[in-house]
Design a protein around this ligand. Structure first.
Ligand SMILES: C[S@@+](CC[C@H](N)C(=O)[O-])C[C@H]1O[C@@H](n2cnc3c(N)ncnc32)[C@H](O)[C@@H]1O
Length: 351
């Protein structure tokens, strides 16, 4: 999830064009907010006609808990996707920002408004520059360590943004489909490749890929370990999971895809093998507690003789949780940046 101060600044930025009377909102208006952080505050006038898109499961769950109308992607919206106001919460991923803006223009009605808001570190300045080049009447205001911009939509805006940004969804890494803004969207991660190299070729039985991203470790395990009988992929980012589904479509092994927050939600099934390159941050700062929570979850999802194979940055302090949750822990490889660890025979405990 993003930090509380980031969400607060975004909330304030989004409110500005309404407070200043630059964008009008009526109770009957349909409002779409894309990529809202879980604790984003919305102008009070929105509540009834508000739809939120949030594909990152922890934020999705936080918004759902608040009783808000939230879906994981644009294609999950029932009926006609036509909104009077579309608000885009910018992220620090340019490709994701551009994809969202092209989609926002498509679902915004003629003479409706698009508002985009982000911090300086979200690259809001670069987005303003790009949009100003494409569209004449873009308004913007710097405030709260960021920038809010808005404009009225017509067919010319839709066409210009679609031409400029519309194909960003299909960019791939090493021949694979990846998600805009997702992990290792442009190339295979070096740490994951190191883990794949060290997977024993004789692994067998049911395998789970925790924090699967676009599916690299599952693909590698299926190629390297022919005696595996099934693959279950767990991932918090909806778009990455959809990319994984596409990337694994040619694999004969039975497989299932689960959209889960592994730090807070239980997992169905018990596995012989779990492979994992755990997340170590959600914002900019390292958060080892997130990886620790997911390692603990893995220890509860293995069969008694099960084995966890994990890669992590060397400085991440996962040894304590591994030693407390598993009877056998061994280093398989170390480089100047990464460590690859096998943890076997989990200490029994319910999820
Ligand atoms: C270091 S990446 C590894 C991705 C993939 N396994 C690979 O090797 O390319 C970690 C992944 O964990 C996902 N993630 C982050 N928080 C999560 C959570 N709470 N539950 C499940 N997955 C999470 C991220 O979206 C990201 O795809």
């Amino acid at each position: 999830m993003s930090s509380a101060s980031d969400a607060l600044n975004k909330s304030r930025l989004i409110a500005l064009p309404f407070e200043r009377g630059c964008v009008d909102t009526k109770p009957a208006h349909r409002v779409l907010v894309m990529a809202a952080p879980g604790d984003l505050r919305f102008p009070a006038e929105f509540q009834d006609g508000l739809t939120i898109i949030q594909g990152f499961r922890p934020d999705f769950l936080a918004l759902q808990k608040r009783g808000l109308n939230v879906v994981c992607s644009l294609d999950q919206i029932e009926g006609t996707a036509a909104f009077d106001i579309v608000i885009v919460c910018l992220s620090r991923h340019r490709r994701l920002n551009e994809t969202m803006l092209a989609k926002a223009a498509k679902v915004c009605v003629d003479h409706g408004a698009i508002i985009a808001a982000g911090s300086k570190t979200d690259g809001a300045g670069a987005i303003r520059k790009a949009l100003s080049r494409l569209t004449g009447d873009l308004q913007s205001m710097p405030k709260h360590h960021g920038l809010v911009m808005w404009l009225t939509v017509d067919e010319a805006v839709r066409t210009a943004w679609d031409d400029a940004f519309g194909d960003r969804d299909s960019v791939s890494a090493s021949g694979f489909v990846t998600a805009p803004g997702g992990f290792s969207a442009d190339r295979i991660d070096v740490g994951s490749a190191l883990l794949a190299e060290h997977l024993p070729a004789d692994l067998s039985g049911a395998c789970a890929d925790f924090c699967a991203g676009w599916g690299y470790l599952s693909i590698a395990a299926s190629e390297r370990c022919p005696a595996l009988t099934s693959l279950d992929l767990f991932e918090a980012d909806w778009a990455s999971l959809k990319a994984a589904e596409t990337n694994l479509s040619g694999i004969a092994m039975p497989r299932a895809f689960h959209w889960r927050d592994l730090s807070s939600e239980p997992v169905e099934g018990r596995f012989d093998v779990i492979v994992m390159n755990p997340p170590f941050h959600t914002g900019r700062a390292a958060e080892p507690s997130l990886g620790e929570a997911i390692i603990e979850r893995a220890s509860t999802c293995l069969k008694p003789g099960g084995r966890l194979f994990l890669v992590a940055n060397r400085q991440l302090p996962y040894e304590a949780v591994l030693n407390s949750r598993f009877r056998n822990v061994r280093f398989m490889a170390e480089t100047s940046i990464y460590k690859v660890i096998e943890a076997a025979r989990p200490a029994a405990s319910p999820q």
